[in-house]
Design a protein around this ligand. Structure first.
Ligand code: GLN
Length: 194
């Protein structure tokens, strides 16, 4: 299984560690070009700075290739924090991020505000057959403002949705790679491998 981690910027190393901890036999590829992207059988869009990532997606002409990989080839995709920003629609477009709009979600960047810029709290994750309480690490996290019909809420911080599943896309506003009790996320991701 070749897991491609979009490696333009952001916390690539920790995603690599987390996925290898969960599954010893994966081959991790750092994706920076269309050619590398083409080889990936699973995709991770890490956290980081979405404006920087967006700029680099443009520079390396990766937008169409990413959309094809995610929406047409439907590879299992995990998007975290800045990654969910890149895939959603923006509540207040600011010209710094050109989102792919691959996800039926409206998002607000840095939506948890100044006082709570970064925090850790318990998050309940629910799939059809499973439920777990895990550690949610939120770092200047985006806030999910609207969820369209195509996306299904799967992660909750109290009553607030902090993660969705839409077909092959698992998108979270927090960082599962920064906690060690997040296996339920990786189980779901690998269960989507066709
Ligand atoms: N606030 C960042 C952004 O919108 C996301 C932060 C993160 O990925 N930890 O790009």
């Amino acid at each position: 299984m070749r897991v491609g981690i979009l490696s333009l910027q952001g916390d690539v190393d920790l995603h690599e560690k987390a996925i290898k901890r969960f599954h010893k036999d994966v081959e991790v590829m750092r994706v920076k070009s269309k050619e590398e992207l083409e080889k990936a059988e699973m995709l991770i869009l890490p956290g980081g700075e979405s404006p920087t990532m967006s700029k680099l997606i443009k520079r390396y002409e990766l937008k169409d290739a990413l959309l094809k990989k995610i929406k047409e080839d439907k590879v299992p995709t995990l998007a975290t924090c800045a990654g969910i920003v890149l895939l959603s629609k923006m509540e207040e477009p600011d010209g710094r991020v050109e989102p792919l709009e691959a996800l039926d979600v409206v998002i607000m960047r840095n939506g948890f505000g100044r006082q709570r810029e970064s925090f850790e709290d318990k998050v309940t994750v629910k799939f059809d057959d499973k439920e777990a309480i895990i550690t949610g690490v939120f770092i200047r996290a985006p806030r999910i403002k609207k969820i369209g019909d195509k996306a299904r809420p799967i992660a909750f911080l109290k009553d607030e949705v902090t993660g969705v599943l839409e077909e092959n896309i698992l998108a979270l506003s927090f960082h599962p790679e920064l906690a060690d009790d997040t296996d339920i996320i990786y189980e779901k991701l690998f269960s989507m491998v066709g």
